[in-house]
Design a binder for this molecule. Structure first.
Ligand code: K7E
Ligand code: CUA
Length: 633
């Protein structure tokens, strides 16, 4: 052995020792105080900071210029509050869909159409989006809607996939911090369900004791997917985190931490065990029918009692502070990811009937508990019986075989780990192509790494995240692409392009701007034809058309203090010719795509001449596409 090998040998021994120490930390977490745990954990996370070798690209993932990707990827935009559409495998960003955020490019959050959709939360311009999931029919994506949560303002939004725009946003009452969100898979997405993560007093009206933690509750929320109204809520013990549904239309499961009802970090991690809570849909609907619910906070949403001992739920004890919950696409298992424990817990869905009929104990539903590594957060699946679990602290993805993990749990000597792949760095969610549906195809795995550290040119103290594309079609996982991403893709899905059929131009009857068109009609205006200014007292409505390179009105006059609504209709039938409407120095800006009508309302609070112009490049004479707003003092 030459000296270099010697060094390598030494290094790997050191690494092993270090690993042993690290494992020690983790096994003790339940016993040590929170402060003592948190600091070493941070240190351990960064112990792998040494620059990883750059990788040779496998060009099989390459999508040539002009070629279309095979999958649509829908990425959550995290704190940016939006959704992004990526092409997979190229990882090219195709579009952004503003959802909970204010968007300068499209005027989302400013236009009257978007304000109507945002409803009671129209004045909130921030969001924390985590979990985008598409509606399904018979366990397969149906291309209709994407749903996503806003943790920071307890909202759920729906995106219409025919136009790729948000069309409904609701605030979930009685709950705070909507986090885990999924859809009913079978027979179809009648319900979208989501977790209110933080526990709050029931009622949260400031009248009862605010300090009495025993009155705090966290709720599981069932929302009608079509109506976008809360159907009912289920009160639980502990804090619900992530959830998923079965492929039978019977059960929903959610990880649940903080069974201690703690309000500080220390208090939240003192117990040895937390739970997976399983919800029985049939029993919930029966309880609802029988009127077995309570109303809170003066609203009309029925709240069922699913706390420990309830017939609506079962609590399956697992290692404490679990995180992700994922259903295997063969419909057989719920997999709960350990986070603080190096294990994941595999629950056999076929045993849940017996559990609900009290024929077996909760732990008897667990058929495997493979040890995978440090910090398991989320699990994805291929079509060959393998699972892929992100290891946050180890910065790895563990590929493991579910059937072998079950054998090992029964005492057989089998190695269920197939491969561990280093990822860069600290992965959160991962997702396989169509991996949450019956159409799982085992082609691609995306790993959403929370840290990029040294992977890209430095851009200041705030770093991008790193979305990595991994080819899982062969026996070995192969990293094929790094993609820096802005704050913060928590989760994504990949949908085969055959499932989605977006419109090329707007349908004139689209409900998104139907109210605006109706308002025009009441004013005697046909927005496709007329260019008119209508005054009612100090309320002025300006109707104008746009067709490259002119607006239908080259000027309009208002008085200082008027409330002005500008309604622009884009008459273009040519695909991709989007116009903008922008009033200089007024903070007024919006997009109008072919055959769309958009409107925006503002107060004419500055006298003088203000040019309005088209801010989406549309024509050789785009710069000349403008007019004057004359504000009389
Ligand atoms: Cu970031 Cu799904 Cu909100 Cu895990 S969650 S990482
Ligand atoms: Cu119209 Cu630029």
């Amino acid at each position: 052995m030459d000296s270099k090998d010697d060094d390598t040998q030494k290094e790997s021994t050191e690494l092993k020792l270090k690993n042993k120490d690290r494992r020690h930390f983790m096994s003790k977490t339940a016993m040590i105080g929170a402060g003592a745990v948190a600091a070493p954990l941070t240190a351990v996370m960064f112990s792998s900071l040494a620059k990883a070798k750059s990788e040779e690209l496998d060009h099989s993932a390459m999508v040539n210029p002009g070629e279309l990707d095979e999958y649509y990827g829908f990425w959550s935009g995290g704190q940016s509050g939006e959704i992004r559409i990526l092409g997979v495998p190229s990882m090219r960003e195709l579009m952004r869909i503003p959802v909970f955020n204010l968007d300068s490019a499209t005027g989302w959050g400013l236009t009257n159409e978007s304000k109507r959709i945002k409803g009671e939360s129209a004045n909130i311009m921030v969001g924390d989006a985590h979990h985008p999931h598409m509606s399904m029919t018979d366990g397969r994506y149906n291309g209709k809607y994407i749903f996503i949560n806003d943790k920071s303002n307890s909202r759920v939004a729906r995106i219409r996939c025919d136009v790729m725009k948000t069309d409904k946003i609701i605030t979930v009452p009685n709950a705070q911090a909507i986090h885990g969100l999924r859809v009913q898979k079978v027979p179809e997405t009648k319900y979208v369900f989501c977790n209110g993560e933080f526990e709050i007093p029931m009622n949260n009206d400031g009248k009862a004791s605010l300090e009495d933690v025993s009155s705090y509750r966290s709720l599981f929320n069932m929302i009608y997917a079509e109506k976008m109204e809360v159907a009912f809520q289920v009160m639980v013990d502990g804090n619900l985190d992530n959830a998923d549904a079965d492929f039978d239309g019977k059960y929903f499961a959610s990880t649940c931490y903080n069974s201690e009802h703690g309000v500080t970090l220390g208090e939240m991690i003192t117990g040895e065990r937390d739970h997976v809570v399983v919800f029985n849909l049939e029993r919930c609907e029966a309880a609802l029918k029988a009127g077995e619910f309570t109303l809170y906070n003066g609203n009309k949403i029925p709240v069922l009692d699913g706390r420990k001992g309830s017939q609506l739920t079962r609590y399956i004890p697992i290692a404490k502070s679990p995180h992700g919950l994922n259903t295997s696409p063969d419909g057989q298992y719920f997999v709960a990811n350990g986070k603080l424990s190096p294990t994941v817990s595999v629950i056999a869905i076929a045993k849940l009937d017996a559990l609900f009929n009290d024929k077996i104990k909760p732990r008897a539903t667990i058929v495997a508990e493979p040890e995978l590594g440090l910090g398991p957060l989320h699990t994805a699946f291929d079509n060959k019986g393998n699972a892929y679990t992100t290891l946050f602290i180890d910065s790895q993805i563990a590929k493991w075989n579910v059937a072998d993990a079950i054998k090992a749990y029964q005492g057989e000597k089998v190695n269920y780990i197939r491969q561990k792949l280093d990822v860069q760095y600290q992965p959160g969610h991962n997702h396989t192509s169509q991996g949450e549906t019956r159409d799982v195809d085992g082609k691609w795995l995306v790993c959403l790494s929370k840290f990029s550290k040294d992977r890209f040119l430095p851009v200041g103290p705030l770093h991008p995240e790193n979305d990595q594309l991994i080819d899982i079609s062969g026996d070995e996982m192969k990293l094929v692409h790094d993609g820096p991403a802005f704050a913060e893709p928590h989760d994504c899905i990949m949908v085969h392009r055959s499932k989605i059929h977006p419109k090329k131009i707007w349908d004139r009857n689209d409900p998104i701007f139907a109210d605006t068109v109706a308002m025009a009609k009441a004013d005697g205006v046909d927005v496709m034809v007329d260019n008119k200014v209508i005054r009612k007292g100090d309320q002025v409505t300006v109707y104008m058309t746009s067709i490259a390179p002119v607006f239908g009105l080259s000027e309009f006059k208002v008085k200082l203090g008027d409330t002005v609504t500008v309604v622009v209709t884009n008459l273009e039938q040519v695909v991709d010719v989007t116009h903008g409407f922008c009033v200089t120095n007024y903070g007024v800006q919006m997009e109008i795509s072919p055959h769309e009508t958009s409107s925006i309302t503002f107060v004419a609070d500055k006298p003088g001449v203000y040019w309005y112009y088209c801010n989406w490049f549309c024509h050789a004479l785009h710069m000349e596409m403008r007019g004057r707003m004359l504000v009389e003092a």
